[in-house]
Design a protein around this ligand. Structure first.
Ligand code: SAH
Length: 208
């Protein structure tokens, strides 16, 4: 699967390739979906949510340019798979704080991440559209659900010189944006059309 992603140009750095090869994606899936773990496709994980397709995880990891020792905020822990891939990329000196609004998914993700040995990932239950000011600023922010616009609190909690990747748009599809903060200014680049489940929260979509 990873060779396929490389062939399509979606994985181009050795670091991202190694991280994808290290994380056992099947562990993050319910029994019923495990046989499909190494197909490049999103899959259901419960509560109407999905684990992102490997090509999307790869694309976001490449766009974020993760480095050893960085502190990363993820919005939308879901299965915990993307957090595990990012944990490989920031190494044991780095830290991933990943937020999830569904307590049941957060509980499952916490358990699997611990079992798989990712001690540097912390799962936080809450509305990620407000970020997690307690541990800000973050070197990187990865949003894995679609927002109507870049939530102000996330832009604020991004470190000077930091990068955020976030799908922004309507409920049907979004543009994957790379947002950089330089000299206090926010600069935005469109990386292409994507489809994510909605970011639901105070600075996201309403829950109905
Ligand atoms: N990164 C995940 C994919 C998650 S799908 C993985 O690797 O499996 C997006 C997730 O965002 C869903 O689990 C959804 O419940 C969550 N979500 C949506 N709105 C949220 C919010 N405001 N705060 C935190 N999580 C949210």
């Amino acid at each position: 699967m990873v060779a396929g992603l490389r062939g399509r140009g979606l994985v181009f750095s050795e670091r991202v390739e190694e991280a994808l090869l290290k994380v056992p994606r099947h562990l993050f899936l319910p029994e019923s979906a495990r046989s499909q773990a190494y197909r490049d496709s999103p899959l259901p994980i419960g509560d109407g949510q999905t684990i992102s397709a490997p090509h999307m995880v790869a694309m976001m990891a490449e766009a974020l340019d993760l480095r050893d020792g960085q502190k990363v905020l993820e919005i939308g822990a879901g299965s915990g798979y993307n957090a595990a891939v990012m944990a490989e990329l920031v190494g044991p000196q780095g830290k991933i704080i990943t937020m999830e609004r569904h307590p049941s998914l957060a509980e499952k993700a916490t358990k699997i991440l611990l079992e798989a040995g990712y001690a540097n990932v912390q799962v936080v239950v809450g509305d990620g559209s407000l970020g997690h000011p307690e541990q800000a600023p973050y070197d990187r922010i990865s949003v894995t659900c679609g927002a109507p616009r870049v939530p102000g609190p996330l832009a604020e909690q991004l470190r000077e010189g930091g990068t955020m990747v976030i799908p922004v748009g309507g409920l049907d599809y979004q543009s994957l944006l790379r947002v950089r903060k330089q000299s206090g200014r926010i600069m935005t680049e469109d990386l292409g059309s994507v489809v994510f489940v909605p970011l639901i929260g105070e600075k996201g979509h309403p829950s109905q």
